[in-house]
Design a protein around this ligand. Structure first.
Ligand code: ADP
Length: 591
């Protein structure tokens, strides 16, 4: 049996080890791989967020261009090329004046015709001071015309790299020389080329300016409104526009931590810059927190996995222990059955053959036969009871009963055995106890199991105390011994089926591991509970607490059930003490 036990425990260690290797190793590899992939993902997240911000900025810039182009088409697009070719100056001047009047954001609107293909060049400027025409003879000497041509050439040069030839050109200049017009610094020039009536070749251009204040207060907010479409919240990025001195001229929100991307605001506002970032955070911080979150999730998943593994391990270990306990049980029970049977046969045969020297010897043999047959009966009863409990077929016949009477009967039936085993039993039964609703036979079996254990697990101190008294509203049946005791860690487990303490002196006492499991089942079926107070070498006290029929206890004050109530101390009052001498432990009813 010992060999089998060793084999089983090495089996269990093997199982634990293989489970650890099979699960922990892949988990560690997975963890390392996940950590590395998360670290890589952090870099990729940073790049992806940056790209996203760049695209947002580009969309914003495109929207600003679209709006400026729409304005140019609406205003300058209304200039008729036929009026220009036929030099209808009044109509052109009227058109330019009406542009200025209907668009207060414009300081200056103008048409400049200069082409080598024409005999006569001219320019017309509409300013807040009125309309001014510059004809061919003064064209080259007028600063306004030259300034307009220069600014246009600049704008054309800047857009020369554009893939398709643009219909509208832009230039932002703060050093324009238009003496007749007061042009705000940082104003934007918008140009549209003017072609001949037949569309063949450019003969000049039309232009207008947009005030910086209009750009700040109208153009940029409208483009932003269109970009966000009302979806802006605290987590959406902040776009800000900086002027040539890096001063913020516009922003769609406050609390910008830093510009993650900054680029020239071309082509419309090429002297300015546009930047984008997040409120109170940076891309690094975002990527880091994402990384931490992912790591935490993986951590939680692994913790759950490990918890599951531990639970599975515990369940498996428990299952294996149960299998082990069952095996031990079978071997113990066969021994428990064989020993009394062979003793009974031996002494019965001896008696039958008349091989006794004197009547005392015959009497002794009868006593042994009686003791061993009782032992057999108890064991078989326990096994039958246990199998009924396991199958859910154990039935109880509850009736109002005097518990003290049941306990007294059990002790009486056991008295001779205790005397023979040399035990001194002290009984203390409180008078006038209320009845309790119990199954008489089952309760007797529970008490018998406790008394039997007290005898079997007592060493040199052969003293047993049994008391029945009122504890609160309950009836307490206490069985205390001064035997080997039970370590605290085992207190819970001794009530499990097949469980036996395998350390210390207990090891020498044979048993099935069913007695206390049956006690617990019986007591719980009576809505009661069983407790144990014990320490190695200091004896044990088992207490069954049963609800009484009268839940109030009128006279009796509850007595303490704590271990401090001195294990083994004599109780007073109605205590009746029976002192019995005789057998040693080796000769107790089980051995
Ligand atoms: P068994 O047949 O082994 O006695 P039980 O279920 O009655 O089975 O008891 C379970 C275990 O509890 C015993 O193996 C023993 O280790 C411990 N035990 C029970 N009663 C006592 C006691 N009075 N003193 C010391 N140990 C006890």
């Amino acid at each position: 049996m010992i060999r089998r036990l060793r084999f089983n425990s090495s089996n269990r260690t093997g199982l634990v080890l293989s489970l650890l290797i099979a699960v922990l190793l892949p988990v560690i590899i997975l963890l390392v791989a996940q950590y590395r992939s998360l670290a890589g993902l952090e870099g990729k997240t940073r790049a992806a967020v940056q790209e996203n911000l760049r695209q947002t900025l580009q969309s914003f810039t495109r929207l600003v261009v679209k709006k400026a182009e729409a304005l140019a088409t609406e205003t300058l697009g209304g200039i008729d090329p036929a009026d220009i070719e036929e030099e209808r100056f009044d109509r052109i001047a009227d058109r330019l004046s009406s542009i200025r009047q209907s668009h207060p954001e414009t300081d200056l609107a103008f048409v400049v015709i200069h082409c080598s293909c024409r005999k006569r060049n001219f320019a017309i400027f509409a300013t807040p001071e009125g309309v001014r025409r510059i004809d061919h003879d003064h064209f080259k000497r007028t600063p306004e015309a030259q300034s307009a041509i220069e600014t246009y050439n600049n704008a054309a040069l800047l857009r020369a790299t554009a893939s398709s030839s643009p219909r509208v050109l832009f230039e932002q200049s703060h050093c324009s020389n238009f003496p007749g017009a007061k042009i705000e610094p940082s104003s934007v020039f918008i140009f549209t080329p003017l072609n001949k009536v037949d569309g063949e070749g450019q003969i000049g251009f039309a232009g207008m300016t947009l005030k910086a204040s209009y750009i700040r207060e109208r153009l940029l907010p409208r483009a932003m409104g269109e970009l966000l479409g009302g979806s802006g919240d605290d987590s959406s990025p902040v776009i800000s526009v900086l002027d040539e001195n890096d001063r913020e001229v516009y922003s769609n929100g406050s609390g910008l931590a830093r510009h993650e991307i900054k680029m020239p605001f071309s082509p419309v506002l090429r002297q300015w810059k546009v930047g984008i970032g997040y409120r109170n955070t940076t891309i690094e911080a975002l990527a880091r927190s994402q990384f931490r979150q992912n790591l935490l999730l993986i951590g939680v998943a692994i913790a759950l996995l490990l918890a599951g593994l531990i639970l599975a391990l515990r369940a498996t270990t428990r299952e294996m222990k149960l299998v082990e306990a069952k095996t031990t049980f079978v071997s113990n029970v066969s021994h428990e059955l064989k020993t009394p049977l062979s003793l009974i046969r031996l002494f019965a045969e001896t008696l039958e053959l008349g091989r006794v020297r004197n009547p005392e010897e015959a009497q002794e043999y009868f006593r042994i036969i009686n003791r061993e047959s009782r032992r057999l009966t108890r064991l078989i009863n326990n096994i039958l009871d246990f199998s009924k409990i396991e199958a859910g077929r154990r039935q109880y016949q509850f009736a109002e009963t005097d518990v003290a009477e049941v306990v007294a009967e059990v002790l009486q039936s056991y008295e001779r055995q205790m005397t023979n085993a040399g035990f001194e039993a002290q009984t203390s039964i409180q008078p006038d106890l209320p009845p309790s609703l119990i199954d008489r036979e089952a309760m007797a079996q529970a008490v018998l199991n406790l008394v039997d254990n007290a005898i079997r697990y007592s060493d040199q101190a052969k003293r047993i105390e049994v008391s029945v008294r009122l504890h609160g509203g309950d009836i307490a049946i206490e069985v205390a011994d001064q035997g080997v005791g039970i370590p605290k860690v085992e207190h819970q487990r001794i009530f499990e089926k097949f469980y036996r303490v395998s350390t210390g002196l207990v090891h020498d006492t044979k048993g099935s591991g069913l007695g206390l499991a049956i006690v617990k089942h019986i007591v719980e079926a009576h809505h009661g509970r069983v407790t144990v107070e014990s320490a190695p070498g200091k004896g044990s006290r088992f207490t069954i607490l049963m609800p009484s029929v009268r839940s109030e206890a009128p006279e009796a004050a509850p007595e303490s059930l704590s271990p401090d109530a001195a294990l083994g101390a004599h109780t007073s009052g109605t205590a009746s003490t029976a002192s019995m001498g005789g057998y040693s432990v080796a000769e107790n009813p089980h051995h």
